[in-house]
Design a protein. Structure first.
Length: 394
């Protein structure tokens, strides 16, 4: 039994931010009912790469879900959705603000049908503020939220973070919001609206960049792979590749110096403390770099591990999938899709001792569970379902 077993979630989301949120909830045991446009489905069903004609992009984000097609522009489709809202605990959508209201399905309408409903909305700029109606995608909010301005090589152009962190962060924050609202509902019986903006999430993730600016009045710029507050904390070339060394405090710095043969600078006034090392970074880095190229990454890895200095190679994705720690933690799971066949997907990052999450189902085919869900929730007959299909409702 997953920790969210019995929780019913109506999932109106598409592409990435919303589906990532509902995937997390589904991994933890919630019953995710994914509502899609008849004949088309989630936009990401049409994003490559494809395996046997099925989108691997879509499959990587929509496991543990049941798919139901529903035309929300059809009066009967709207009525069906309203009937579903009466029977679920959570509804999640990531339309542009105002879309659900135009359909006559906004929060104010749905909470009248189910006062305990938790209505979670993830959007580019949120349901308030002057930008509320602007469209957004990941690259847009990475740019506007400051993440790009501090990412990239030193002196180089602002750079987009590789993964779609604008969407993924919004998905995670929305899931957290849903869980917080559920706890409140369990205590009071009261539902509520969860409003998450991708831009807000980017600002919330700026970490020490805001602190650096408000304290120093200097605008942070890309600093490459080095940490702006801790030294050494970055990649170095080795004899055969690269390794990241992270000396997060002065005790680790001393252990690093001893194992790397740099005892002569360990207590040097220029490098003795982390503030000293930051101040004299340009002098220190070449000294460390000259030492690191004398051994292979594997040799450094063993030496540094033996004395407890955090380190690691820069793995490309193929090596990540082969990593013994990643495998031991079940972070790569193979699913069997009815059309695509076998596909490896990331595992569940949250490990619970008593109620662990599970990946039980691959991503659904479009409308795969229409009959199952309509019979389960409303006792519809085959004839009634066929009529809905013929009328363009499903």
């Amino acid at each position: 039994m997953g920790p969210l077993e019995g929780l019913k979630v109506l999932d109106l989301t598409r592409v990435l931010a919303g589906p990532y949120c509902t995937m997390l909830l589904g991994d933890l045991g919630a019953d995710i009912i994914k509502v899609e446009i008849p004949g088309k489905g989630d936009d990401s069903r049409h994003f490559g790469p494809y395996q046997n004609g099925e989108s691997a992009y879509f499959m990587s984000l929509n496991r543990n879900k049941r798919s139901m097609t529903l035309n929300l522009k059809h009066d009967q489709g709207k009525l069906l959705l309203k009937d579903l809202v009466k029977k679920v605990d959570v509804i999640v959508e990531n339309f542009r603000p105002g879309t659900m209201e135009k359909l006559g399905l906004g929060y104010d309408v749905l909470r009248e049908l189910n006062p305990k409903i938790i209505y979670a909305a993830a959007s580019g700029f949120g349901h308030s503020g002057p930008y509320s109606q602007k469209p957004a995608y990941d690259g847009v909010v990475q740019a506007m939220g400051g993440i790009m301005s501090i990412t990239g090589p030193k002196g180089g152009e602002p750079t987009r973070v590789g993964p779609s962190i604008g969407d993924i962060a919004a998905g995670m924050f929305t899931a957290i919001g849903v869980l917080a609202a559920l706890n409140h509902k369990n205590e009071t019986g009261q539902g509520q609206k969860v409003d998450v903006a991708m831009l807000d999430c980017q600002v919330a993730m700026l970490e020490n960049a805001i602190a650096r600016y408000v304290v120093t009045n200097e605008v942070p710029k890309p600093a490459g792979n080095r940490h702006t507050s801790i030294v050494p904390f970055e990649p170095f070339d080795t004899k055969d590749s690269k390794i990241v060394v992270a000396a997060g405090n002065d005790a680790i710095w001393e252990r690093f110096c001893k194992v790397s043969g740099l005892e002569n600078i360990m207590h040097d006034d220029r490098f003795k403390t982390n503030p000293d090392r930051n101040k004299n970074y340009d002098e220190l880095r070449p000294i460390i770099a000259e030492t690191m190229v004398t051994k292979t990454t594997e040799e450094w890895n063993k030496l540094l591990d033996d004395v407890g200095v955090p380190n690691g190679p820069i793995n490309y994705v193929d090596k990540v999938l082969e990593n013994e720690q990643v495998i031991a933690r079940n972070m790569i799971v193979e699913l069997e899709h009815p059309v695509a066949g076998k596909l490896k997907v990331p595992g569940i990052a949250i490990k619970l001792s008593e109620t662990p999450g599970k990946i039980l189902k691959p991503a659904p085919l479009l409308g795969q569970h229409n009959q199952e869900l309509l019979k389960e929730f409303f006792d519809y007959t085959d004839e009634e379902i066929a009529k809905l299909i013929n009328e363009g409702v499903l």
